[in-house]
Design a protein around this ligand. Structure first.
Ligand code: TXA
Ligand code: MG
Length: 341
């Protein structure tokens, strides 16, 4: 399949109409959002969502997020919008928050992966919103990576994974948040955080009062336990390298890396630490700056593959605020391999 590439520098670009035409006609198009690139298609057409699963190589029991550009698009997709959901939308939409509610009849089986609920979010990225508006339908969009690989935060990442498999890629530059949206279920009480992201637990608590953080945010899903969010049971964000996340001060980290490195090892460290490292390094943002770590983590994981790293020692991020999202992605990339020195 020929994949068109539209380089778009603002939401005014006439190329957006072309991309929206493809979407209206049942095609699938990778689009930028503030979190990561998404692989979008008409959320109300089950044959389109099938194409999305196929291009990504994604298991079809893992449901998709539906993207809207206007608040009024939400009500038809769900059974009802409770007060708590309205308050969240007021506070955080448009933005990196996904809200799960019982679904309406409009949602095809393929979008909800067999569940009785649907995940909806309104992205803040202007190009994304314009594409949704021009397409005239809500867009289902999982991250635009091959299933299992780190999520794409640049158009190049999307090209590397999906070129030739999808109709078009809208290149709107690098994503500003860099990790996928916060996923919160309002289909249970109290509300449950299923995936941490740019909207932090503290921010959600301020609006909702009590929330629960799903155990799978921190830990490996227990054998035989059903995942609240099907995405959590799959291997995720994984580079080819075997990563160990190391909780220690810088000095002990350096000594450990020196002692345990093999020929193709590398470290994943913070900016400014490269010089002190005993072996080659890839950085993932500044120490104690969760926003910069979030923006860089997926690119760093892809770079580890590019340099052929097979055994990687990674510096430990702080795991509060947006840092919880960074920690959550890294611990999965490390297949929960961690140690404290
Ligand atoms: O930031 C984002 O959310 C990006 C951009 C493109 O918007 N999208 C994204 O989609 O990350 P995806 O499909 O890669 O991740 C969606 C996650 C999966 O872990 C999925 O299992 C979960 O949300 N999910 C979707 N619908 C759900 C539902 N009804 N119940 C529970 N979990 C759901
Ligand atoms: Mg994904």
């Amino acid at each position: 399949m020929e994949t068109k590439i539209y380089k778009v520098s603002s939401a005014d670009s006439t190329l957006i109409k072309e991309a929206a035409d493809i979407l209206r006609n049942g095609g699938i198009v990778a689009i930028p959002t503030e979190t990561v690139y998404g692989l979008a298609g008409n959320a109300l057409d089950g044959t389109v969502t099938e194409k999305i699963y196929k291009a990504k190589g994604r298991p079809s029991d893992n449901p998709l997020i539906v993207h809207i550009s206007e608040y009024s698009q939400w009500a038809p997709l769900v059974k009802e919008i409770p007060e708590s959901a309205k308050a969240l939308a007021d506070a955080f939409w448009p933005g990196p928050l996904t809200v799960i509610l019982p679904k309406s009849e409009l949602i095809p089986e393929g979008v909800s992966g067999g569940l009785s609920t649907v995940a909806v979010r309104m992205p803040s990225d202007e190009i994304a919103r314009k594409i949704i508006t021009e397409a005239g339908v809500p867009l289902a969009a999982p991250s635009a990576n091959t299933s299992g690989k780190p999520s794409p935060t640049t158009a190049k990442h999307v090209i590397d994974d999906l070129y030739g498999k999808i109709d078009a890629i809208v290149d709107g530059g690098d994503c500003s948040v860099g990790v996928e949206s916060t996923v919160l279920s309002l289909a249970v009480s109290p509300p449950r955080l299923l995936r941490p992201g740019g909207i932090t637990p503290e921010m959600l608590t301020e609006v909702l009062g009590e929330i629960e953080i799903d155990d799978a945010v921190y830990n490996k899903l227990a054998e035989g336990k059903e995942a609240a969010s099907p995405g959590m049971k799959y291997k995720h964000y994984s580079p080819k390298a075997q990563i160990t996340l190391i909780k220690s001060d810088l000095e002990a980290f350096i000594a450990y890396a020196k002692e345990n490195a093999t020929e193709n090892s590398a470290v994943l460290c913070f900016e400014g630490e490269e010089e002190a490292m005993p072996i080659r390094s890839i950085t993932y943002g500044k120490k104690d700056d969760a926003l910069s770590q979030a923006k860089n983590i997926f690119d760093a994981l892809r770079k580890l593959d590019e340099i052929g790293a097979d055994k990687v020692f990674a510096r430990y991020p702080k795991n509060d605020g947006v840092g919880l999202a960074v920690f959550n992605r890294l611990i999965r990339a490390a297949a929960f391999n961690q140690l404290e020195l």
